[in-house]
Design a protein around this ligand. Sequence first.
Ligand SMILES: Nc1ncnc2c1ncn2[C@@H]1O[C@H](COP(=O)(O)OP(=O)(O)O)[C@@H](O)[C@H]1O
Length: 338
Amino acid sequence: MKIGIFGGSFDPIHSGHIEVARQAYALLNLDEVWFLPSSKTPLKDRNLTDNEDRKHMISLSIQNIPYFSLCTIEMEREGISYTIDTVLELKRLYPDYDFYWIIGNDQLKQFHLWKEANRICEEVKVVCFNRDYQMSSTKYPIQCLHMKDVCVSSSEIRKGNKLNYLCDGVLDYIYEKRLYVEEFVKSRVKPKRFEHSLSVAKLCSQFAINNGLDEKKAYYAGLFHDIAKSMTVKEMEPWMDILCPENKSYAPAVWHGFVGSEIVDRIFEIHDPQIKNAIYHHVLGTSEDPYAMIVFCADKLDPLRDYDTSYGIGLCNENIYKGFLYECEENRKYLEGK
Ligand SMILES: Nc1ncnc2c1ncn2[C@@H]1O[C@H](COP(=O)(O)OP(=O)(O)O)[C@@H](O)[C@H]1O
């Protein structure tokens, strides 16, 4: 049996990984490719997402490809995983198999840092694929193979970019398990705005729980409510022209709600109408849908604000409609006093 071993953190797995494995399978005439998620690697200092979640996302991505499978030996081992140890263990477990170790070009560039790099090349055949239009040269006996570039990385996905490079079901799982989602927002707004978004999201959850509503839905509406806040008027204008030109008569400070509701749909693939509606109306408080009331109130009552919000928070926890009426009144007084 000729087996390709494709190691990585897969945090998360994306279609670039799948394409590498497909090409390795075809070009090397392999019988199978095994995806081998790492636990702790010596060359990455970031804390990895939970093993179970990374394994699950791999399983979702490879479930329809019969010659791909998941190999968890590194995750099962304690401590830092060195490739040489994994190679030797695989050879011990499967003495009759012929192993091909698959890497992408970024790994080739740092291959000299891998523990016992020479020995790895003696024990298994190492093959490398181009990445981001690059194929470096190497002093190691590594076979270089070419594939059509798929320019995506897990780190871009963790920041909420290129989400269309995730395989079917993975984005739903990410939202279900709340993986990376705070990072999606953090990478798009200023630090203070991020703190506020997180705080509002938590307050939205609290209001939802106390009012018998869907906690996750409220959390996401709160987390993303200011997603368009860092956009300039010039950046928002084309969105406004398409979405709601009639609302351009409002002050531009209000526009981020309208634009944000469309950004969560188109960029973050959150299509829930109540989440979109809550973001759309959060600045003006013009919807009485429960999630819209929650976000409107939580935005105003964020405990990080420089005034005491405890009375309003108490009202919203008791009954969101009561809290909303109170907040609308407070807001009206505030605007009149301006
Ligand atoms: N888009 C891609 N094109 C080619 N190789 C890739 C690509 N993405 C990842 N790889 C390779 O897959 C392996 C695992 O990468 P991993 O660290 O899990 O993902 P990423 O590099 O995207 O954060 C590495 O050998 C890496 O070089």
